[in-house]
Ligand binder design. Structure first.
Ligand SMILES: [Mg+2]
Length: 408
């Protein structure tokens, strides 16, 4: 990727509309790659010249409730990286505070601190930029994921390739679920029928409020959707005893898997619960970095991972997690927080490049009341697609861009 220059064909040039900067001499050098021109490339890499930080609030259709939080809006943050050669990069952070420990304000403050770290640097050296951010802020995975996404957006545009092609991936069928947030058991059946009416065939159900309500909620959903694939997520809401009781009671309801039944720290408990019930368990809140993936593998904690860019710190580290998972025989889901079509599109690029990803939970933009992004993910009858454009293939619409607040 470090040698990707602006000579990537018409596709790359058409994607450079944000800037009219002329292509640099390196384009010719890349064709005739003598040692002298390689040296020129090394001496004259592309540079990040400016970074804009935008709060990006999106209203939800109705408050979305999980075991640890209720959200009535997506409190997101966009970063926009500009370069001296034309390609620009968009990235989105969607902080779900009770999971990642970041809020919109924390993301903005961290983005302002990261900005001087990246300006003047080569955006195509994604590995080094990510390493610098990880060393500077070891946590703050969600805002780092926005910068990572923007770097890949630039790299894709510079190479004239969609990011998944740049990463060695390919198109393959991807079917997402649609999630039902925590609701009263008496309302659960109607919500399941509504999911099916929208064309989705896979339902994800948020649980974790208590044994009786959780079993009643899931039973109502199974009755309303007898043929649907159903997966559940307790979002750390159970203790070990409740988890075993709940999952044992739910076995006859044909559940694909259960995300994060226990508090994130209880890795040993995850292994014990998973070994005691007939429903496979999936680590979500317990999985952030490649190092945490290694620990889960070492502890033999679970057969499934839920990989989210907002937890891994972006595509670069998500690919490392996928490699660990594949080597360990662990199947992955690609999940989301409350991203728009932009952040969800980036997750699709990652998933197309990671063969161990077999489950897709990229649905939260359907809970948004406003359409603020052009391009990115789209879904028909549950099947996911993204535009085949260089880079991530998503950005705020021109109207949104005009009105988008910017942080100094
Ligand atoms: Mg989850």
């Amino acid at each position: 990727m470090g040698q990707a220059g602006p000579g990537g064909g018409e596709g790359s040039r058409s994607a450079w509309k944000v800037s009219s900067s002329p292509a640099r001499p390196m384009a010719k050098a890349a064709v005739n790659c003598t040692p002298a021109t390689q040296s020129t490339q090394a001496l004259n890499p592309m540079r990040i010249t400016a970074i804009d930080i935008h709060p990006f609030d999106i209203k939800m259709r109705e408050p979305f409730r999980i075991a640890t939080a209720t959200m009535d809006r997506s409190p997101n943050v966009l970063v926009h990286l500009l370069t001296d050669e034309g390609p620009d990069g968009w990235g989105e952070a969607s902080p779900l505070h009770s999971i990642v420990g970041e809020t919109q304000g924390i993301c903005i403050a961290a983005a302002k601190e990261i900005r001087p770290l990246l300006i003047g640097k080569d955006p195509l050296d994604v590995a080094e930029r990510v390493r610098e951010m990880d060393r500077f802020l070891p946590h703050n995975s969600t805002i780092k994921s926005a910068f990572d996404m923007a770097l890949y957006d630039i790299a894709g545009k510079a190479a004239g390739l969609p990011v998944y092609r740049l990463l060695g991936g390919a198109k393959r069928p991807m079917e997402t679920d649609l999630t039902i947030g925590l609701c009263k058991p008496k309302d659960a059946g109607a919500k399941a029928a509504a999911v099916l009416a929208k064309g989705f065939k896979i339902i994800k159900v948020k649980l974790g409020t208590g044994l009786k309500d959780d079993v009643a909620r899931l039973t109502a959903i199974r009755e309303a959707a007898p043929n649907a694939r159903i997966r559940i997520d307790a979002n750390q809401g159970w203790d070990r005893v409740t988890a075993v009781k709940a999952l044992t009671a739910m076995e006859e309801l044909e559940v694909e898997f259960c995300e994060q039944p226990l508090p994130a720290e209880d890795v040993e408990g995850l292994r014990e619960v998973g070994g005691s019930v007939g429903i496979p368990v999936m680590a979500d809140e317990a999985l952030f970095t490649p190092a945490s993936a290694l620990r889960l593998v070492r502890e033999d904690a679970c057969p499934y991972f839920n990989v989210k860019l907002s937890k891994s710190g972006g595509i670069h580290n998500a690919l490392k997690i996928a490699s660990i998972a594949e080597a360990a025989g662990i199947k992955c889901m690609v999940g989301c927080m409350l991203e728009s079509r932009l952040g969800l599109g980036a997750a699709v690029h990652f998933a197309r490049a990671a063969n161990c990803v077999e489950f897709y939970d990229l649905d939260m933009c359907f809970e948004h009341t406003e359409e603020l992004v052009a391009g990115g993910i789209s879904v028909k009858n549950g099947m996911i697609s993204i535009p085949d454009e260089p880079g991530i293939g998503a950005a705020p619409t021109p109207e949104v861009l005009k009105a988008l607040p910017r942080v100094d």
